[in-house]
Design a protein around this ligand. Structure first.
Ligand SMILES: Nc1ncnc2c1ncn2[C@@H]1O[C@H](COP(=O)(O)OS(=O)(=O)O)[C@@H](OP(=O)(O)O)[C@H]1O
Length: 203
């Protein structure tokens, strides 16, 4: 954890916290006042993104379809595959709500982070009790990258986009596989919308 001065905020992130069983208890015991920010995107796209990342490190990986299904003909999804399991957000949130009230959380839409980065960053700044210093003026849409980038990051006069491993093209997945996964996630997504009081528009 980085050290901070009075009046500064310490921030720490890893994609694993939200899905790690022991994390809520450990964080609660460290500081029960911690504010928690969770970035979520459509779990189907998330699973494909996760697969794309693993595939980039291991080109001999079986196909997405082979990993996602326990039985392709019956459409039985393999929930033990982490790329699938991580997207069951309602289940993970349930675990966190044993320790932290909903008011400690901010759920950021991964989709809106791309379509309206300043809007989502506005919500983050409000949640953290910060002045809205990061605004529209700080972002531009980079056509080559296909994503928003920062115009002038702190301490640099040059624009900056996220690295090559963020915003990679995804492999083409059969529409029926996508549809079956959408169906699989629908009840969990509905539960998640209900728990958070936010409709993320994935269904
Ligand atoms: N501005 C901008 N530039 C590039 N990428 C962006 C941006 N905003 C959001 N995204 C999406 O972030 C996805 C990668 O985030 P990760 O969750 O994999 O990152 S991390 O594991 O937490 O480090 C990455 O997923 P993939 O598209 O699957 O690569 C992007 O869709």
């Amino acid at each position: 954890m980085p050290r901070t001065l009075e009046g500064q905020i310490t921030m720490e992130k890893t994609p694993s916290y939200f899905v790690t069983k022991e994390a809520p208890k450990r964080i609660y015991n460290m500081s029960r006042d911690t504010k928690l920010i969770v970035v979520v995107r459509n779990p189907v796209t998330r699973a494909i993104s996760d697969y794309t990342q693993t595939l980039s490190k291991n080109p001999t990986l079986p196909s997405f379809q082979a990993l996602a299904f326990k039985n392709v003909s019956t459409g039985l999804i393999d929930t033990s595959w982490s790329a699938v399991r991580i997207g069951i957000y309602a289940k993970h949130l349930d675990n966190w709500l044993q320790y932290f009230p909903l008011s400690r959380f901010l759920f950021v839409s991964g989709e809106r982070l791309v379509s309206d980065p300043a809007g989502e960053m506005g919500r983050v700044q409000d949640f953290l009790g910060l002045q809205r210093l990061v605004t529209e003026t700080h972002f531009y849409f980079n056509e080559t990258k296909g994503f928003p980038c920062l115009k002038k990051p702190e301490g640099s006069g040059r624009p900056r986009c996220l690295g090559k491993s963020k915003g990679r093209p995804h492999p083409k997945i059969h529409p029926q596989v996508i549809q079956r996964l959408q169906e699989f996630y629908r009840p969990f997504n509905m539960k998640f919308y209900q728990m958070t009081g936010q409709d993320f528009g994935w269904d």
